[in-house]
Write a protein that binds this ligand. Structure first.
Ligand code: SAM
Length: 271
C-alpha cells in the first residue's frame, strides 16, 4: 500500500517512519479488538496497518485520491475497513459514523495546515468519540494543555478544555517523519466529558467571551470585552466587579472558571 509519488506539501504529507513512535501512538489509543476506529489522513498506512490488525471496524478518511485508491485496493477484501476518499472538513461525521456505533476512537497524524478547523470539527462531534489520539504540531498541542497565565494558554485551551480532558502523551522530533517537518510534533489524547467542565450558561456567549478576551493580547480584559459588544461598557465593568475579576488583567490570566462565571452572568442577563 505505498505510492512512490513524492509527498505533497499542500496536503501536509509528513509520513511517520519511526516504528517506536507508531507503537506508542497505538498504545496511547488503548485499542480493544471490538473497537471502532476512525483514522483521519491514513496516508501510506503507517498507523493503519497496526489499527487494522487490532480493531473490529476501521474507517479511513483520506483526501489524496491516489492514496485513497491504494488503501481501498489494499483493504478490498476486508469488510471491517471502509475507505472514504474525501476532505475530512466536508464529511458529515455524524452521518458517516453515527449510524453504526455510538462510541468511536479516533487516531490521526493530522496534516498541520488544517489542524485548527479539524479540532473545532471534532469538538462539535465530540459525542461520537470515547477517545481521540492526535498528532499535532507541538506548538498547537502545547496550547491545548497550557495552564492559565502561560503564554501558550489561549482560545483552543479554553474552548476544547470545556469538553475534553486533554493530556500531552509525548513529543515527536522531526526525524521520525519523511519528509522531516521543520518543527517538533506532540501527541495529545482527548477524552470527551459527558457535561462541560464548568457551567457556562450559553455556550455561544462563553465562546464570544473567550475569543474576545484573547483577541488583543496586549490589551486589558476590560478593553477586549468591550470590543465584543456583549454588553454596554459600563455594564461590562459592573459585571467584572460582580465576578471579582479585575478588568485590568489580561485575558490569558483568567481560569476557565472565571470565563465561565462571566459567561453565566452575561447569559442570564446578569445577577
Ligand atoms: N497517517 C499517515 C502517517 O502517519 O504516516 C499520514 C499522515 S500525514 C501528516 C497527513 C495525511 O492527511 C496525508 O495522508 C494527507 O494526504 C491527508 N490529508 C490532508 N488533508 C486532508 C483532508 N482535508 N482530509 C483528509 N485527509 C487529508
Amino acid at each position: 500500500m505505498s505510492t512512490t509519488r513524492r509527498p505533497l506539501k499542500s496536503l501536509g504529507q509528513n509520513f511517520l517512519v519511526d516504528q517506536n513512535i507508531i507503537d506508542k501512538i497505538i498504545r496511547s489509543a488503548n485499542i480493544d479488538p471490538q473497537d471502532a476506529v476512525l483514522e483521519i489522513g491514513p496516508g501510506r498506512g503507517a498507523l493503519t496497518e497496526h489499527l487494522a490488525q487490532r480493531v473490529g471496524r476501521l474507517v479511513l478518511i483520506e483526501y489524496d485520491h491516489a492514496l485513497a485508491a491504494s488503501l481501498a485496493e489494499h483493504y478490498q477484501n476486508d469488510p471491517r475497513v471502509t475507505v472514504v476518499d474525501a476532505d475530512v472538513l466536508t464529511v458529515d461525521l455524524a452521518k458517516l459514523l453515527g449510524e453504526t456505533t455510538s462510541s468511536w476512537k479516533l487516531v490521526a497524524n493530522l496534516p498541520y495546515n488544517i489542524s485548527s478547523p479539524v479540532l473545532f470539527k471534532l469538538l462539535e462531534n465530540r459525542a461520537l468519540f470515547s477517545k481521540m489520539v492526535l498528532m499535532l504540531q507541538r506548538e498547537v498541542g502545547e496550547r491545548l494543555v497550557a495552564l492559565p497565565g502561560c503564554s501558550d494558554y489561549g482560545v483552543t485551551t479554553a474552548l476544547l478544555g470545556l469538553w475534553f480532558d486533554m493530556r500531552r502523551e509525548f513529543i515527536v522530533p522531526p526525524g521520525c517523519f519523511h519528509p522531516r517537518p521543520k518543527v517538533d510534533s506532540a501527541v495529545i489524547s482527548f477524552v470527551p466529558l459527558t457535561k462541560p467542565r464548568v457551567e457556562v450558561g450559553s455556550e455561544e456567549t462563553y465562546r464570544r467571551v473567550v475569543k474576545g478576551a484573547f483577541a488583543m493580547r496586549r490589551k486589558t480584559l476590560s478593553n477586549c470585552l468591550k470590543a465584543t459588544k456583549l454588553a454596554a461598557p459600563e455594564e461590562l465593568n459592573r459585571l467584572l466587579d460582580f465576578c471579582g475579576i479585575d478588568g485590568q488583567r489580561r485575558g490569558e490570566t483568567l481560569s476557565m472558571e472565571e470565563f465561565a462565571f462571566l459567561s453565566r452572568c452575561l447569559s442570564e442577563g446578569h445577577e
